[in-house]
Structure formats: structure tokens, C-alpha cells
Design a protein around this ligand. Structure first.
Ligand code: NAD
Length: 285
């Protein structure tokens, strides 16, 4: 039986993951802002440091896995875009920076980060905001989103999930992660019936937008089913899964982007492709 850290453990998909892991006999260290084994506000640097440290103390320095589910959805509010950037992006990468040695100590550890299908189905998210988040510069990311006015939280949400997914793919394949025996992957849900979605549905304009969004199989996803995907991605079955973003979204991504991926590397990207090939060979000589 393993020891797992789960952020966002008090509600929705995080809580559903905790229930499954506990039912399987694992030890879970839940992190949440009010109701968790570790109580910490991931929207502040101090809260992230507390969460990182207390989890490591409780785990005794060895973690078999981690699930990063804490997150905020797009909702109106002056400070909302900042909170989204801090919780959804820094609340993942800073914790994983701190937990990586403990995950490496477990030898076959698995990490699942909650992304979203908004990464590929939400248009016009500025690349500059994504780049600023990858540089961990939240004020710069927020500055690029100011032009969106009251829609800034929606674009902050899209940017935070694109950035965290790119971070996962970039890091997963490196010596620090793959080379240390840690499997790092992301799960990208569509609209799932959790308190986060219910909050969005409570605003009539948002509810209309969500209900009008194309979902080929119709309706909303179930948190228990998404938790089953997470637990699968934490299992030995995921030993060969590395840097993947798994979409479980009722078909919305496929509806919009069937031809976008998979797709052959175009001629204009061949230089970069060959460079990556050489880089890999040099690293593995
Ligand atoms: P939820 O609101 O039910 O749960 C999120 C949890 O995160 C809550 O327990 C909340 O207290 C915690 N949290 C929020 N801010 C925090 C903070 N500052 N410090 C510590 N904890 C904090 O949401 P959910 O729908 O279960 O979402 C889980 C993840 O899935 C999120 O990352 C979300 O962005 C993502 N997601 C959700 C949907 C959906 O439709 N529900 C779709 C795609 C992605």
C-alpha cells in the first residue's frame, strides 16, 4: 500500500480520488484550504510552502504518488484571475518541485495533474500569458490578460491549464522525472458535475454558455468516473505513460480538433525535430 498526496481533497474530483485510494487501503494526505489533513491556502506563496513542508513531514520523505486537483474555475471577481494563476499553476509546480525528491525515493511513483479540455477548446488564449506563467511571473501574465476586462478570469483559467499541461509535458521526459522513475502525466476533463461546475451553472449567462458548448455524447461527466481514471494513472498500468495529457471530455476536443492531432511534423519544424533527436542521443550516450 502506498502514500499519496492529494490537493483539492475536500471537494469534487479530488475528494472522489481520496475516497477511491482510501478504499484500496492507501494512506492519503489531503491538502485543502479549510478541510484537509494539511490546511493551506495555495493562492499564497506561504500557503504553498506550508503545504509542501507538512506533506513531506507526514509522508516521512517518501511519496508513492501525488494528485494535483486543487483548482479554481472561471468566475467573476476583481482578484479572481490572480487566484486562478496562483492556485492552478503555482499551486501545482511549486508543490511538485518540493515533492520530487520524495517521489523519486519511491522508485515507481506516479503523478497526475488536473488539466482541462479548455486547453484545446478555448480559443484565443494569449501565448504571452502562457509563457509568463511558465516563467512563474504571475504579474506579467495578469498584465497580458487585462485587455479582456471582465472576461480576464476565463482567459486566466485557459492560460493556467495550458501552462500546467506544457510544464507537465516538458518536465515529464527529463532526467529529473522520467530518469528518476517518476511518471508525470495530466488528465484533461471536460465539464464534470462538481461544486466548481455548479458554481458556474449558478450564473445564468455562464450556464447558457456551458450548456451550448458542443459535447458529442451529451451532458456532464461524473466525478467518480474521473477519479477512476486518476487511480488507473497512479497504478502499475501507467508505468509506460509519460508526459501524456489524457482527455476525458465527452468528445469536445475531438469535435473541434480531429485533424489537429495526431499530425505529422511539418517540414518547417524539421530543424527542431532533428535537434531534439541529437539532444536525446547526447544525453543517452
Ligand atoms: P471543486 O471546486 O469541487 O474542488 C476544488 C478543490 O480545490 C476544493 O476542495 C477547493 O477548496 C480547493 N481549492 C481551491 N482553491 C484553493 C486554495 N487557494 N488552496 C487550497 N485549496 C484550494 O472542483 P473540481 O471540479 O473537483 O476540480 C478539480 C480540478 O479539475 C481543478 O483543477 C479544476 O480546474 C479541474 N477541472 C474541473 C472541471 C469541471 O468541470 N469540474 C473541468 C476541467 C478541469
Amino acid at each position: 500500500m502506498g502514500t499519496y498526496a492529494v490537493t483539492g481533497s475536500a471537494s469534487g474530483m479530488g475528494a472522489a480520488v481520496v475516497a477511491r485510494l482510501v478504499a484500496e487501503g492507501h494512506t492519503v494526505i489531503g491538502v485543502d484550504r479549510e478541510d484537509g489533513d494539511v490546511v493551506a491556502d495555495l493562492s499564497t506563496a506561504a500557503g504553498r510552502r506550508t503545504a509542501a513542508r507538512e506533506v513531506l513531514d507526514r509522508a516521512g520523505g517518501v511519496l508513492d504518488g501525488a494528485v494535483l486537483a486543487a483548482g479554481l474555475g472561471p468566475a467573476p471577481g476583481r482578484d479572481r484571475a490572480r487566484l486562478i494563476a496562483e492556485v492552478n499553476y503555482l499551486g501545482v509546480v511549486e508543490l511538485l518541485d518540493a515533492w520530487r525528491p520524495a517521489l523519486a525515493a519511491a522508485e515507481r511513483a506516479k503523478v497526475v495533474v488536473f488539466s482541462s479540455n479548455s486547453t484545446t477548446t478555448m480559443p484565443m488564449v494569449p501565448r504571452r500569458a502562457v509563457r509568463a506563467l511558465l516563467d512563474r511571473d504571475v504579474p506579467k501574465a495578469l498584465a497580458t490578460l487585462r485587455i479582456f476586462g471582465s472576461m480576464a478570469p476565463s482567459f486566466a483559467y485557459g492560460a493556467s491549464k495550458i501552462a500546467v499541461s506544457q510544464w507537465v509535458r516538458r518536465e515529464a521526459v527529463t532526467r529529473d522525472w522520467a530518469g528518476a522513475g517518476i511518471r508525470l502525466n495530466a488528465l484533461a476533463p471536460g465539464a464534470i458535475r462538481t461544486p466548481l461546475l455548479e458554481q458556474q451553472l449558478a450564473t445564468p449567462a455562464e450556464a447558457r454558455r456551458i450548456k451550448a458548448f458542443p459535447v458529442p455524447i451529451g451532458g456532464f461527466g461524473d466525478p467518480g468516473q474521473l477519479a477512476a481514471w486518476v487511480v488507473f494513472m497512479l497504478s502499475d498500468a501507467a508505468d509506460f505513460l509519460c508526459g501524456s495529457v489524457v482527455f476525458v471530455d465527452g468528445g469536445s476536443d475531438a469535435w473541434f480538433r480531429a485533424e489537429d492531432w495526431p499530425r505529422a511534423v511539418p517540414a518547417r519544424r524539421m530543424r527542431r525535430y532533428v535537434a531534439r533527436m541529437k539532444e536525446f542521443r547526447a544525453l543517452n550516450r
